[in-house]
Design a protein around this ligand. Sequence first.
Ligand code: THG
Length: 292
Amino acid sequence: MTENLTTLLKSKTKSIRINRDLPTAIIGERINPTGRKAVLEALQAGNFDIVRKDALDQVAAGAAALDINAGVPGADEPMLIQQIIRSVMEVVDVPLCIDTPNPQALAAALATYADYQGKALINSVNGEEKSMNVVLPLAKEHGAAVIGLCMDDNGIPATAEARFAVAVRIIERAAKYGIALEDVVIDPLAMAMSADSKAGKIALDTIELVVKEFGVNISMGASNISFGMPDRKYINATYIAMAIHAGLTCPITNPLLTEVNVAVQAADLSMGRDEYGMRWIRAYRKREKEKV
Ligand code: THG
């Protein structure tokens, strides 16, 4: 059996441990203007109230960390991501996952996060030479952990074996930069099942291959899977439970959706990560209280 590795993330006052024997660490997805017109408009107007509210709500709902995505078309992304990080850190103290494909924005975000003496999760590097050459040195320099996406110059591989091969390449390259294996988190890439009916299964199979070989932590945008489908929350809830069984440890998802949150809690209980069901019972009481 491969050992289950622990990824440590930190904010100024909080450390979280991500490990397959511990409860699932939800990374809240909502601070992301893509597909959210109100957020996009507020950010363009320099208003960060929605960002602060999304941060507070997601942490109250159980998010262990928050994904920060500042992808506003035409915006000065390095400046915007710094402003978002400062706004979020005003109101919550969970570690951050810095979600940008822009190297300047990533460097700016990591520099700002350093003011909080944190250890961030970089989202993300992929198997392209140009991505690995830029992102991995930044991860090493800032002592950050990094999500490796199972895609490269040729796009997203169509089989689990080929995605696994990309994960291997990223893991080996990270080691060359002196990044510890436990600081590499692999994302098998959950794609819309409405576009490709095998997309869900390929990601699950990829998780199993990567976990068996390396024991590393696994992240993914677990809501991507249901794009283009009605009643998305039920698909998301079912898929996330299955992915947790396969080895997913830190999904990027929306903890404000009760169906998703309950599925994660029930999956943790089912996987033997909730002694005496204490977390399940506590979450039940919280839901009951919120009903009235
Ligand atoms: N892997 C990694 N990072 C990622 C993704 C991934 N970051 C971005 C994305 N994918 C994960 N984040 C989201 C955020 C929102 C939604 C899906 C994935 C989403 N939003 C609703 C929509 O677009 O319909 C809008 C929600 C709302 O309006 O409240 O579905 O795969 N590493």
